[in-house]
Design a binder for this molecule. Structure first.
Ligand SMILES: Cc1cc2nc3c(=O)[nH]c(=O)nc-3n(C[C@H](O)[C@H](O)[C@H](O)COP(=O)(O)O)c2cc1C
Length: 194
């Protein structure tokens, strides 16, 4: 499968990192694009220092992974910028409320917005993973608009009924739900009733 992963500036870098690793492990070809704030969050949450340079952040994110291409935010020559390219699924994880608002307005200021808009206009699978709390009426209206346009709104809200013991268990819970929505086989989290 070919998957686009947009990483924007909401808290939740561990979700993006684990998701990328699971997609590669499942044999997916993954195109990644990272917003400016996304780099800040990755530097803070993965590297422990917001000042870590972008190339180091990128290297840390894709270390040891095959089949991953990182596209610049203004790389509109990338296949993900056009509906004519074959892409099986699109995910923005984590998805900031700024990106939610932009997408809900139909605006496209960078490759992440463009790829998500392509998914909506082509009727393809788009999974948005927001992380914000509490939510304003503006946030809620924008999310409803996107849901009505076909996006799956999958909040970074792990459950506790599988009795997680580690942060990785909590991250895995959310990542498993994302993979399910993308149609990628996984056995990360125990399923209810198993
Ligand atoms: C460390 C850090 C954490 C942030 N956490 C969130 C968050 O959880 N949710 C959110 O919507 N915005 C969060 N923001 C603010 C967004 O990054 C900001 O609104 C930015 O303009 C989003 O742009 P983007 O969607 O292009 O990445 C955070 C910013 C930083 C630097």
């Amino acid at each position: 499968m070919r998957i686009f992963l947009g990483i924007t500036g909401a808290s939740g870098a561990p979700y993006a990192e684990r998701l990328l690793r699971e997609l590669v492990a499942a044999g997916c070809e993954v195109g990644v694009s990272i917003s400016d704030s996304g780099y800040q969050v990755l530097a803070t949450e993965l590297c422990g220092d917001q000042a870590v340079p972008r190339d180091e952040v990128r290297a840390r994110l894709i270390a040891g992974l095959d089949g991953v291409t990182v596209h610049a935010l203004d790389d509109y020559r990338s296949p993900y910028a056009s509906g004519s390219a074959r892409v099986d699924g699109y995910v923005v994880c984590p998805c900031s409320m700024s990106t939610v608002g932009t997408l809900a307005a139909g605006a496209m200021a960078n490759l992440i917005h463009r790829a998500a808009s392509v998914a909506l206009k082509e009727g393809r699978r788009l999974v948005l993973v927001p992380r914000e709390t509490p939510l304003s009426a503006i946030h809620l209206e924008a999310l409803l608009r996107l849901r009505n346009a076909g996006a799956v709104i999958l909040f970074a809200a792990p459950g506790f009924y599988h009795r997680p013991a580690t942060i990785d268990d909590l991250v895995g819970f959310v990542v498993a739900r994302i993979l399910d929505q993308l149609g990628v086989e996984n056995a990360i989290a125990k399923r209810w009733g198993q």
